[in-house]
Ligand binder design. Structure first.
Ligand SMILES: NC(=O)c1ccc[n+]([C@@H]2O[C@H](COP(=O)([O-])OP(=O)(O)OC[C@H]3O[C@@H](n4cnc5c(N)ncnc54)[C@H](OP(=O)(O)O)[C@@H]3O)[C@@H](O)[C@H]2O)c1
Length: 282
């Protein structure tokens, strides 16, 4: 099984497949999920300060015995940490929680608050080596404003993306920057309606794979980074077992017909301002 890598706009290579740990409790659960992933050969973990489990990720990294450079760690700053001066301090705290001296990919989690000030500090963190690559998550209305002010263009944009909402328009907006798309809710947050779509059942039979493996393989062939969350070891094994087959162009075209514009998360920009009212614990 040979996993694939995405070349970022700064030349770094990021493992295309990873494990997302949103809603995985910190401590034993996060440590076990990450260690299981590392044992299988998964080398990319997607966490965030808001998930409150960076400590578990750091602990797993330490216990794994892997060299730091063998693992790709993405984490995200919460809007209450945005602002020039303030964001650099927040990054230092992240490094402490993760027990590491650098972050592979650091994202702005949301498009509210002083994201320009935060970006300036993130650029400084790249210059000092504390962060290797920087990117954004959930940016839409404020995307062009961020891009205008950014000296370093985002290496990645992490957004909701699945066959119902494949984000082709956003990809066009980002094309000139070489920004990689990262899919959150790649399985529709485990939505059985998506997973059991007849086209996936048909293709699962054709390729001798599961419906979920077909969906994940679709993400890979769309060129997206994908890190489905699971705490189930068998699911994790299945999810990572997608590098020994390829969907044909006809099959990809058939899956494309599922594009209905359906999103699971539909908060307006005004509603997103509420993110400023919650502060993740240090
Ligand atoms: N930037 C953002 O704002 C943002 C927002 C949401 C998510 N994310 C990131 O994206 C990651 C993935 O999103 P998500 O966790 O919300 O949703 P998801 O990965 O689409 O779905 C996770 C659900 O699918 C189930 N699942 C996983 N593998 C399966 C399999 N092989 N067979 C059947 N069910 C399976 C999981 O249950 P089990 O645990 O039982 O397997 C879980 O209930 C997150 O962990 C996080 O890293 C980012």
């Amino acid at each position: 099984m040979t996993q694939t890598y995405l070349k970022l706009n700064n030349g770094l290579e990021m493992p295309q497949f990873g494990l997302g740990v949103y809603l995985v409790p910190d401590g034993k659960d996060t440590v076990e999920a990450c260690l299981n992933a590392f044992q299988l050969g998964v080398r990319h973990i997607d966490t965030a300060h808001a998930y409150q489990n960076e400590r578990g990720v750091g602990e797993a990294l330490k216990q794994s015995g892997l060299k730091r450079e063998e693992v790709w760690i993405t984490t995200k700053l919460w809007p209450t940490e945005y602002g020039e001066g303030q964001t650099l301090k927040a990054i230092d705290k992240m490094l402490e929680r993760l027990q590491t001296d650098y972050i592979d990919l650091l994202l702005l989690h949301q498009q509210v608050g002083d994201y320009i000030g935060a970006w300036k500090d993130m650029e400084k963190a790249v210059a000092s080596g504390k962060v290797k690559a920087i990117g954004i998550s959930n940016f839409n209305e404020h995307l062009e404003d961020l891009l205008q002010h950014a000296t370093i263009k985002p290496a990645a944009i992490q957004v909701e993306c699945h066959p119902y909402f494949p984000q082709h328009e956003l990809k066009k907006r980002m094309a000139e920057y070489g920004t990689v798309l990262e899919s959150w809710y790649p399985l529709g947050h485990g939505d059985n309606n998506l997973i059991n779509e007849p086209v996936f059942t048909k293709l699962a039979q054709k390729y001798g794979k599961t419906n979920v493996q077909i969906i994940l393989r679709w993400h890979i062939q769309e060129g997206n980074s994908v890190f489905p969350k699971t705490t189930n070891p068998q699911h994790l094994r299945d999810n990572f077992d997608i590098f020994d087959f390829e969907l044909s162009a006809e099959d990809m075209a058939e899956i494309a017909k599922l594009n209905s514009g359906k999103r699971y998360y539909t908060a307006t920009l005004a509603e997103q301002e509420h993110f400023m009212q919650w502060k993740p614990a240090d």
